[in-house]
Design a protein around this ligand. Structure first.
Ligand SMILES: [Zn+2]
Length: 94
């Protein structure tokens, strides 16, 4: 069955869709478009399988470098000191 043209338009106000905000650009997006990261022992770890314990933050992969440059993770995780982003950088280089 063919659906009506335009019926697949994303409705930003549809509350049935889970929405997360990117910690870098603050844009709201479906979690499938974002990477979840968690803070473990002061390290920002990409949570690729989902469900990792700890405080999580969401961001676009393309926004990660900007987030690192702006210390967005420090603010997202409410850290006083700089956080270790080496694991995230490894992930970005893949
Ligand atoms: Zn973003």
């Amino acid at each position: 069955m063919r659906s009506k043209q335009g019926s697949d338009t994303i409705k930003p106000l549809d509350s049935s869709l889970p929405v997360r905000s990117c910690i870098s650009c603050r844009e709201r997006a479906n979690p499938v478009a974002l990477v979840r990261v968690v803070l473990i022992d002061g390290k920002v770890i990409p949570d690729l399988k989902g469900g990792a314990a700890g405080r999580g933050a969401w961001l676009h992969k393309k926004c990660a470098e900007v987030a690192i440059a702006r210390s967005a993770f420090r603010f997202a995780f409410k850290q006083d000191a700089a956080v270790d982003v080496s694991e995230l950088l490894k992930f970005l280089q893949d």
